[in-house]
Write a new protein. Structure first.
Lengths: 244, 190
């Protein structure tokens, strides 16, 4: 065994110092040489012992390499990753319908506002007058026969604060009216309920009284009967008085 | 008639994402084989396999039809293997006399060693090859794996690694020489 190994080792050393035709050798080894290259290399092999020895050695290495075979490949668990839109759609689906409708309405309102800003819509509110101009400000002003002076920042702020105050007052009034109405309704219901309960209790009391009176009357009658019975007894002569 | 890789890619890009599973089924075996022989561990090979297909799916739009899909896939797998090897921090550069990753020492009883060529069991020889292969530098190992096990042509390997065919041949030659040296060294030691 050792002799064979030594021989192999010697041949390996010899082969490593071979001529510089390693690319041709590899192409020949893996059968990727052209016909011309193959014929040329086969001719060379007859003359070159190191190349011949190396070719044989590489053949043995290939045999060794092929002892390692992969018997099976485990199945790759594959689930296509979902795209961002798909995930978003699923997420939206989790919300209730009303929330989705609200979101859509909000989005629509935002889109309208955005488009209005893009086309340059001007809304003027001035002392009860309300006007809407479409198009760029310059064009709108040029085309308009009536010169509409834009409100100043101060006027806008004043208008906004007035509107907010008016709205707040209106909300407060509404609230107070509703509160008073609700209170009145509660009071009425409460009173009616109290009256009903009171009448019911009164009736129940009267019924109890009547029942008690009846019971007393009955009891008195029974007591009278008992009393008269014992009175009779007292009047009667003792049947055993003579017996001694 | 079998549907081609390019047709499956077209279908996947058109929105039929489940079509990609056909590519997975078609290529999982070669990719697993390549990864296993590059890394030597089943667990790592499975990870790389999974990573490769996921990366391919995510970057499918970047795939240009001028190269074969399989070449592109092999390149992704090799990059994943190299990344894993880097993480292992040179663990592959160990001697075949050392313990393997499961802590087992590869050795044969002396009595058996005398008759090794006849008696050596195939899986022991395979283990020897695995160790010798893993001890090779990665750039040579990958060429041997692609040529010997995946049976790719020099031109295909050259395309995958983006190196000239002559470099592929030269790396293969050096790799085989080193394998020969290592295998003979082990035989001599036995």
């Amino acid at each position: 065994m050792k002799n064979r190994n030594e021989m192999n080792s010697q041949s390996a050393q010899a082969a490593q110092s071979s001529c510089d035709r390693k690319e041709e050798l590899v192409a020949y080894l893996y059968d990727e040489a052209t016909t011309t290259e193959r014929e040329s290399f086969e001719t060379h092999l007859k003359e070159c012992d190191p190349c011949s020895a190396e070719l044989n050695a590489f053949g043995r290495v290939r045999d060794e390499l092929n002892t390692w075979q992969v018997g099976f490949a485990p199945r790759t668990e594959w689930v296509s990753p979902r795209g961002k839109m798909e995930v978003l759609r699923e997420l939206i689906g989790l919300f209730p319908v009303w929330a989705r409708s609200l979101a859509m309405a909000g989005a629509a309102a935002a889109a309208i506002l955005l488009s209005m800003s893009v086309i340059g819509t001007h809304i003027n509110v001035n002392q009860g007058n309300f006007s809407v101009n479409f198009g760029k400000a310059d064009a709108a002003e040029k085309n308009s026969n009536v010169a509409v002076a834009g409100p100043s920042q101060q006027q806008i702020e004043s208008l906004v604060s007035n509107a907010v105050a008016a709205e707040r007052e209106k909300i407060q009034q509404d609230y107070q009216t509703q509160f008073a109405s609700f209170k009145h309704q509660l009071d009425t219901e409460h009173k009616a309920r109290l009256q009903a309960v009171s009448a019911e209790q009164q009736a129940r009391l009267e019924a109890t009284k009547a029942s008690l009176r009846q019971e007393i009357k009955k009891s008195n009658l029974q007591r009278g009967s008992i009393r008269s019975f014992f009175a009779m007894e007292d009047d009667r002569q003792d049947p055993w008085s003579d017996v001694k | 008639m079998e549907i081609s890789d390019d047709q499956i890619i077209e279908r996947t890009l058109a929105g039929d994402t489940d079509a990609f599973s056909l590519l997975v089924r078609r290529w999982e075996r070669p990719i697993y084989g390549l990864s296993l022989r590059m890394l030597g561990r089943d667990e790592d090979a499975r990870d790389v396999c999974q990573e490769t297909f996921l990366a391919a799916f995510r970057n499918l739009r970047k795939f240009r039809g001028d190269a074969k899909f399989s070449s592109w896939l092999y390149r992704i797998a090799l990059n994943a293997c190299h990344s894993k090897l880097r993480k292992q921090n040179g663990a592959v550069e160990r001697s075949i006399d050392q313990e393997d990753q499961d802590g087992r020492k590869f050795e044969l009883a002396d009595a058996e060693a005398e008759q090794m060529p006849d008696r050596m069991h195939l899986d022991q020889r395979a283990a020897l090859v695995r160790k010798a292969l893993q001890a090779l530098p990665a750039e040579m190992r990958q060429v041997i794996v692609m040529k010997e096990y995946e049976e790719l042509t020099f031109a295909e390997i050259s395309e995958i690694l983006d190196i000239p065919v002559s470099t592929v041949k030269s790396r293969l030659y050096t790799g085989l020489q080193q394998m020969r040296g290592r295998l003979e060294k082990v035989r001599a030691a036995l």
